[in-house]
Write a protein that binds this ligand. Sequence first.
Ligand code: AMP
Length: 291
Amino acid sequence: MTQPIVLKEIEAVRQAVKQARQRGARVSLVPTMGALHAGHASLLRAARAETDFVVASIFVNPTQFGPNEDFERYPRPLQKDLQACAADGVDAVFAPEPATMYPEGFRTFVEVTELQDLLCGASRPGHFRGVATVVLKLFQIVQPDVAYFGQKDAQQVCVIQKMTRDLDLPVAVRVCPIIREADGLALSSRNQYLTPEQRQRAPVLYQALQQARELIDRGERNPALVQKALEDCLASSGGMADYAAAVDAETLRPLQPRLRRNVLLAVAVRFGATRLIDNIVVRVPAEKAPR
Ligand code: AMP
């Protein structure tokens, strides 16, 4: 098992990528905040399989955390993460200090208007501005041919895809499926905050999504009723639903008057101070035009 090179400076990343390109390598980037788990590993493996030089970034990005969020206590097990990166064949790990990414006097931010304010954006103002800004910076630093993201963060994927198109960024964005525990809970670095009792209740997110999917599969097309089914299921667990939504998978806007095309079912639930999210996309078959 070869160890990845660990780089903390932007110039060192540029040099490593330049050398890889001189050898004709296709370069990929997997942005993460560390505390790596099997969800991250699936992205790293996809990158390893499809490209020649894999860069993983490990950076707990301060600009995407609100003032009362978990930036300080977010887990940072760097040595363990480096071992995981080695096991998945990562070539280089970019693990900058916050002051390297945001030096004194930093003033420039990217906003993907409207998209950034919906769903998670409503309860986490500024979150997607921080995400878009750090991802654009990482794209500029690594200049990857391909970047890998997880469907787990469906709104993040929408924001990044929109930014990539709107700003003509020469990066192919690949989206990998959600990796789950055996009981359906989507893997997340934040699952470790859950008490044993909260952990037992946490699979309700996926259960609610599946029940709503079954409703749609049985022919329900009323968005309000599907949303109510999500809410009712979540309420049964004692978690506090932040939102439960059935929206257009691309625009994240409400579908009125009927569900159609690709519907994103998305939920966010708080167990104590821990906020968990999950989603599935349901394809609604085209309706036959009335004769
Ligand atoms: P994070 O470290 O939480 O910022 O996540 C880094 C990347 O891993 C993001 O693109 C996430 O969507 C993705 N990711 C996190 N959890 C999962 C999961 N359970 N399945 C697939 N991808 C995931």
